[in-house]
Design a protein around this ligand. Structure first.
Ligand code: COA
Length: 658
């Protein structure tokens, strides 16, 4: 097959040239008509003008560093951007790269954001969707749910393989433009291999391969293979249910019990890569790994974790499984999609983030939830069923050294579990409809409220990341909206330190300025004019050219501006569920929010080991701030005729104790 990609090996293709990859699928998979894929017609991501990025950079960092440091930075930046300077050389190279590739930033971004990161995937990288709590009367109920979910996955995957998913279109800012659909094609075909220095993301081309499809089921830390198409006929839901029942029975057989190898995938990437090198010396282990690495998805049948199924605890179970004593080893984190079905009704999906963004995960999850609840389960009336061979248990060869590695990984996961301070908060006083009535962007409003909350806690603003979708462009992923704007700082000061100095109308003006600045940055970022990808591209180009690292990238300000103490993301859902993730730096917060018409769900995370952060404290400040902003809007009369209800006070904040 005429793959244009770099690193083609057997059925695998590395994700270095995704455009060609998909063109390749479209031309070789003659059984499937390729509908109007926007990919080919979408524009390429632009390279922003150098001066524009450098000016914006200075504006973004001025109020985040001290005056002396900023003066130093300004000199460095001006030198970098001077006519005939290093910046111009690098910019020219980037423009050439743009001409030659379908997305000039894709590989740079993927490596920087994910593959070079050595931290463990759970908590630090892999987000999770938490499904509504299910009520299972017994384990059979849970298995029925699992069978239905697997059936839904197979139907959704068939739509993807046939390129039959309807094209997504932008909503909100600059609504109506078509989105690149490429991220969907990686949902069930990706695998992230650990590497000693950098990981490798690969796509398994099931759509055009003759390899039989299978899923992996994890149960009591054992891994089993279910063939999806035994004897050339796809399993029906009843058959899946019975295969799952067999797995549960097999997992209880103490004599055949295998050590909990999944725990290795929860470790730091270098540690796991080293362990994997040891494992693959044995053919048995190579065979087991090969089956996991080529599966459609992993389905984790979890034991009850013994915790109240609160929103926060369900989020924790999705993010890390509760450590090795709970379900922490009943996972395989390298696989892009892992569905979790807890026997106690705690369900969701945890995903390896490098192949796709949360928005695509939401679309898939919503499809599955609608599929599950949409019509009665077919396992109820047992349809014709074949006499199938039982699923195969994956076997491992091990020795005391490998057992030591398992123990070390378990200890490190436990530390991560103990360290995660997670708090899911449903702000019930108002939602995006109230904000829209103020003629403000709900997303910008929430971002400004997050800045206010942080300022209330720490009396300063910090470098903030908000994901901005680039799916308007070929192979677009995300860039950063730098939400800690100078206008946000002016507003939050007027609401806190200087609240007695400013009248309501002055505060309201500052609020509107902050929201306009945030909205303008959003529009810039989603149209490819963000600064983070551009600066990264210039840095990586210098590296490609074997140049000495330009001073601008060694500067303290640049390092601080890339240390995202607030890592935020809007992940809205149309079905009852929510997304959550961990902080990206030890002294930071993860803040994922899901705006609904009359309420907003916030998932705030931080680390207990850091004495400066507390998720409960940030949430308390967020609740206060959101109410204060609403009251300001209502008082100044900018609100629409009917103000939002003011019944909820800060005392209703849901807190987790530290
Ligand atoms: N007055 C009234 N209504 C307004 C308004 C205003 N001034 N500004 C916006 N609105 C409306 C919009 O029309 C939209 O209406 P809808 O709900 O009917 O569609 C709604 O408010 C939401 O718009 P807004 O809050 O401005 O946000 P958005 O939907 O454009 O989202 C981003 C902004 C940055 C979140 C979005 O562009 C994006 O990039 N999302 C992807 C994030 C991502 O990738 N997350 C996952 C990372 S893993």
């Amino acid at each position: 097959m005429g793959f244009q990609g770099v690193g083609v090996e057997s059925n695998f293709i590395t994700l270095l040239r995704p455009l060609e990859f998909f063109i390749c699928i479209s031309t070789t998979d003659s059984a499937t008509a390729l509908p109007v894929l926007p990919l080919g017609v979408l524009p390429k991501i632009p390279v922003p003008p150098l001066k524009q990025t450098l000016d914006t950079y200075l504006k973004c960092v001025q109020h985040l560093v001290n005056e002396e440091q900023f003066k130093k930075t300004k000199v460095i930046v001006e030198k970098f951007g001077a006519p005939g300077g290093v910046g111009e050389v690098l910019q020219k190279r980037l423009m050439e790269r743009r001409d030659k590739t379908s997305n000039w930033v894709y590989d740079y971004w993927l490596e920087d954001m994910y593959l070079n990161n050595r931290l463990a995937l759970p908590v630090n990288s892999s987000p999770a969707m938490v499904f509504p709590k299910q009520t299972f009367r017994d384990h059979k109920d849970a298995l029925r749910f699992a069978a239905r979910l697997i059936q839904g996955v197979l139907e959704y995957k068939a739509l993807i393989d046939a390129r039959a998913l309807p094209v997504d279109f932008a909503r909100g800012q600059l609504a109506g433009t078509p989105f690149c659909m490429e991220q969907y094609y990686r949902l069930f075909t990706s695998y992230r291999y650990p590497g000693l220095k950098t990981d490798m993301l690969k796509v398994h081309m099931n759509a055009v391969s003759s390899a039989p499809e299978h899923i992996i089921v994890a149960c009591k830390n054992q891994f089993f293979v279910i063939d999806i198409v035994p004897n050339n006929k796809q399993l029906n839901e009843t058959e899946i249910f019975h295969q799952l029942e067999k797995i549960v029975a097999m997992s209880e057989n103490a004599e055949e019990k295998q050590p909990p190898f999944g725990i290795l995938t929860s470790d730091g990437r270098t540690e796991w890569a080293q362990a994997r090198e040891t494992l693959i010396k044995e053919q048995t282990n190579r065979d087991s790994l090969a089956l996991i690495e080529s599966c459609v998805c992993v389905v984790c049948l979890d034991e009850p974790c013994g915790l109240q199924p609160s929103d926060t605890n369900r989020a924790l179970m999705m993010l890390h499984g509760g450590g090795h004593e709970k379900n922490g080893a009943n996972r395989w984190y390298d696989k892009s999609m892992q569905f979790v079905i807890g026997m106690n009704g705690v369900c969701g999906v945890v995903c390896e983030h490098s192949p796709f963004e949360g928005i695509v995960l939401v679309q898939c999850s919503e499809y599955l939830m609608k599929y599950i609840t949409g019509s009665p389960s077919k396992t109820a009336k047992l349809t014709t069923e074949r006499d199938l061979a039982p699923p195969r248990r994956l076997l491992w060869k091990y020795n005391p050294h490998i057992q030591g590695l398992l123990k070390a990984s378990a200890d490190r996961l436990q530390r991560l579990v103990n360290n995660l301070d997670m708090d899911v908060f449903k702000f019930m006083s108002y939602g995006k409809e109230f904000i829209k009535k103020q003629k403000m962007s709900p997303d910008a409003f929430i971002q400004v409220a997050l800045q206010l909350a942080f300022y209330k806690c720490r009396q300063r603003l910090v470098s903030t990341y908000e994901s901005a979708s680039l799916r308007r462009f070929q192979e677009g992923r995300v860039d950063n909206i730098r939400s800690a704007t100078p206008e946000a700082l002016a507003f939050v000061k007027s609401m806190t330190d200087e609240k007695t100095t400013f009248s309501d109308s002055e505060k309201m003006k500052r609020l509107r300025d902050a929201i306009n600045a945030q909205t303008n940055y959003t529009v810039a970022a989603i149209t490819g004019m963000g600064i983070d990808n551009h600066l990264l591209g210039l840095l990586k180009t210098a590296k490609d050219l074997n140049m000495e690292k330009p001073e601008i990238f060694c500067d303290e300000t640049y390092l601080a501006s890339n240390h995202f103490i607030l890592s935020t993301s809007q992940v809205p859902t149309a079905v009852e569920m929510f997304c959550c993730y961990g902080p990206v730096v030890p002294n930071g917060y993860g803040a994922c929010y899901n705006p609904q018409s009359d309420h907003i769900i916030f998932c705030v995370s931080s680390f207990w080991e850091n004495t400066e952060t507390s998720s409960a404290v940030l949430i308390k400040a967020l609740n206060e701030g959101l109410l204060e902003i609403r009251d300001l809007c209502n008082r100044t009369g900018a609100a629409a005729t009917k103000p939002a209800d003011s019944s909820q006070g800060p005392s209703q904040t849901h807190k987790s104790g530290k």
